[in-house]
Design a protein around this ligand. Structure first.
Ligand SMILES: Cc1cc2nc3c(=O)[nH]c(=O)nc-3n(C[C@H](O)[C@H](O)[C@H](O)COP(=O)(O)OP(=O)(O)OC[C@H]3O[C@@H](n4cnc5c(N)ncnc54)[C@H](O)[C@@H]3O)c2cc1C
Length: 466
């Protein structure tokens, strides 16, 4: 059989592309190397192992729902966050797509309630932040929660499997290109599947594979940004004045010493710090999530420093993974944990110092010294940012604040894509989601899938407005 469209990757980008295509009667195959949601069990999360056992398919980042299904399910419904899709399709189209994608999440079972800053309290906080050089970006957020998110994704699976072919545990090894056109995919077992169009949406997990395609097919690259930082954990009480109004505080800061751009990322009230396994690079980094039903007494969020690297250096991913591996090396294969007070005092943390403090860590980690891992520039940026944040989160820069390292975001290659996320050098080939550097979150990944699907369908991106 020749499908109308083959989609590589069953993350939000792949799933939403498929939903749009089948709605218009197209024959679709989705191939994903991971498992179905209920089969996705990380041995560490379910307590069967204390270290990564390097599963063939990593349940945290691979499988139905993509990295999103093991995630917090925090949907950012504001155009300025979660990706660069606006650069491809413009703000009005993105707004409309976000609205549509969000509506579908609710139809499939997401909590209809969302958080939207807009009160006097939020205006006062934004003013106070500005007085110390912090820029708060108000965002509308819907929180599904990791547990509820799995149900929503299951509902999507049950619906889609009746309308298209879905092959899990199926690794796509290559694209089949004939006369400058993508006409199918070659699987790891050698089988060739053919289609009129191919959408490649392999997420961050598939970024190294995508890298090889980019080189082989000469696909132009726009840029290679990389974010490096740590995850902060504090008692809920330090953030709750903010989180009850904003849910998630998105804050930008240019540091005084190095003038580097830092930001807060992925804030989880009453949440948990988690390990993120990167099989392709064989390393463990830090992330965070919060559950709808099980709550901790801590709030966690990341502080990320964005640096643009200049020529002749062309390997920011290599640089970031090198730093993450240093942390793994010092932490016996896992992640490092340090009190802010110990970092300032130039000494490693120990369990006895952490236990005397006021915060019980929510993740397994090894007490140590982040100054042996992160370059001075990054650490200075992080400490200066925490000092500034203290103006709106009093207590965030106190000695007991816990820092987990390291958190890195390998957004990797940002590809130069044409209208409808077409690959300019090859007909019939579209790229969507995080892997192509189009998105950085669930909502924009899903929206990018719809963009690729509508381009294939020849449908307009936005509905005509009065
Ligand atoms: C722990 C964690 C928490 C997160 N929390 C949030 C959050 O709260 N809110 C938010 O907006 N975002 C969050 N994110 C990010 C979000 O999950 C991603 O932005 C989103 O899932 C990207 O979607 P995608 O479709 O581009 O790729 P992915 O979701 O990564 O899916 C890609 C899929 O492609 C498959 N694949 C890769 N290569 C191949 C291949 N060669 N053959 C076949 N299949 C392949 C993978 O198995 C994977 O299932 C989180 C991520 C993590 C890891």
């Amino acid at each position: 059989m020749v499908y109308d469209v083959i989609i590589v990757g069953a993350g939000p980008a792949g799933i939403f592309a498929a939903m749009e295509l089948v709605r218009h009667g197209k024959s679709v195959l989705i191939a994903d190397k991971g498992k179905l949601v209920e089969e996705r069990q990380c041995p560490i999360t379910n307590g069967r192992s204390s270290v990564c056992v390097n599963c063939d398919s990593c349940s945290v980042v691979s499988g139905w729902g993509g990295a999103g299904s093991a995630s917090d399910g925090k949907l950012t419904l504001t155009t300025g966050f979660g990706g660069n899709l606006e650069e491809n399709i413009g703000e009005i189209a993105l707004e409309e797509l976000i609205e549509m994608v969000d509506r579908m999440f609710v139809e499939y079972g997401a909590d209809p309630k969302f958080y939207e800053p807009g009160s006097d309290v939020t205006s006062a906080t934004i003013r106070k932040a500005a007085s110390v050089g912090l820029k708060i970006l108000p965002a509308r957020i819907r929180h599904i929660g990791t547990d509820a998110s799995r149900k929503v994704l299951n509902n999507m699976y049950e619906d889609l499997k009746q309308q298209c072919d879905i092959r899990m545990n199926t690794t796509v090894e290559d694209l089949v290109i004939e006369n400058g056109r993508a006409v199918g995919v070659r699987l790891a077992d050698g089988a060739v599947l053919r289609a009129g169009h191919v959408i490649v949406a392999p997420g961050r997990e598939g970024a190294p594979w995508l890298d090889t395609l980019v080189t082989k097919l000469n696909i132009p690259i726009a840029s290679m940004p990389v974010d490096i930082g740590i995850r902060v954990e504090v008692p809920d009480s330090i953030c709750e004045d903010l989180t009850k109004h904003f849910y998630e505080v998105k804050c930008l800061y240019n540091t005084p010493t190095f003038d580097d751009r830092c930001r807060t990322f992925c804030m989880n009230p009453s949440g948990f710090v988690v390990h993120e396994y990167n099989k392709a690079h064989d390393l463990v980094t830090v992330n965070g999530h919060s559950l709808k039903t099980v709550k901790s007494k801590n709030t966690n969020f990341a502080i990320l420093v964005t640096k643009n690297f200049t020529q002749p250096f062309t390997d920011p991913i290599g640089y970031a993974t090198h730093i993450a591996k240093l942390a793994n090396m010092l932490a016996g294969g896992g992640i490092l944990l340090q009190r802010l007070g110990d970092l300032r005092d130039g000494r490693r943390s120990t369990w006895s110092r952490i236990e005397r403090g006021m915060i019980i860590p929510t993740a397994k980690a090894e007490p140590g010294d982040l100054s042996l891992v992160l370059p001075h520039r990054y650490l200075t940026d992080i400490v200066e940012f925490l000092d500034a944040l203290n103006a709106i989160m009093p207590g965030v820069n106190q000695n007991d604040t816990l820092l987990y390292g390291v958190e890195i975001k390998l957004y990797s290659l940002r590809l130069k894509l044409g209208e409808g996320l077409r690959v300019p050098v090859i007909d019939g080939l579209h790229m969507a989601g995080d892997g192509a550097g189009v998105s950085r979150g669930i909502i924009q990944a899903a929206a990018s899938g719809v963009v690729a699907a509508r381009a294939i369908l020849g449908e307009p991106l936005v509905t005509a407005r009065e």
